[in-house]
Design a protein around this ligand. Structure first.
Ligand code: GCU
Ligand code: CA
Length: 137
C-alpha cells in the first residue's frame, strides 16, 4: 500500500519553514528547508512487515542548479538523489529511492548535502508491502 506523508504535517519534522506560497503543492503546504548543508525533513513511516519500500519525494526546485540530498533510513544513508531544477517553485516533480524498512516505525530523513539546502519538499509517498504472490488473486 502507498501512504502519503505530508512534509508540513506532524509527525513530519521540517528543518526550516512550513510555507504555502507556491501553488500546486499537495496538502496544505510544503517544507522550505534552511539553505544549508545538513538541512533536513524527517518523516515517520510505518511498515507492517520488514521489507523493501519505494520512497517517492515530491519537490519543487525553482533555482537554476540541482539540490543534492541523501536519504537516511533509521539513521543509515540508503541513497542519494539530485533534485533537479523544475523551472519554477510552482512546478512540482518527484524523485524515488528504494530502501529496506523495519517492521513498525521507521524514520526517513532527507538531508541536504549542498549549501543550497533541499529543494522545497512537498511529501513522501511510501509504498510498502512488497509484490503480489505469483498466481495469487
Ligand atoms: C525562494 C523560494 C523558496 C525557496 C528558496 C530557496 O526564496 O521562494 O520557496 O525555498 O528560494 O532557494 O531555497
Ligand atoms: Ca529553501
Amino acid at each position: 500500500a502507498t501512504v502519503r506523508h505530508e512534509a508540513e504535517t506532524a509527525p513530519t519534522v521540517c528543518g526550516g519553514l512550513v510555507e504555502a506560497n507556491h501553488a500546486g503543492h499537495s496538502g496544505s503546504g510544503f517544507c522550505n528547508s534552511d539553505n544549508a548543508v545538513g538541512a533536513a525533513v524527517e518523516f515517520r513511516v510505518n511498515a507492517a512487515a520488514a521489507g523493501p519500500a519505494t520512497l517517492t519525494f515530491g519537490y519543487a526546485n525553482g533555482a537554476t542548479e540541482s539540490r543534492p540530498g541523501e536519504v537516511l533510513v533509521n539513521g543509515t544513508v540508503v541513497g542519494t538523489s539530485q533534485f533537479g531544477a523544475t523551472g519554477a517553485w510552482t512546478s512540482w516533480a518527484s524523485q524515488t529511492v528504494t530502501a529496506q524498512l523495519n517492521a513498525g516505525t521507521n524514520t526517513v530523513r532527507l538531508r541536504a548535502t549542498g549549501a543550497g539546502g533541499l529543494a522545497n519538499v512537498d511529501y513522501l509517498d511510501a509504498t510498502t508491502g512488497g509484490s503480489e504472490e505469483p498466481g495469487g488473486g
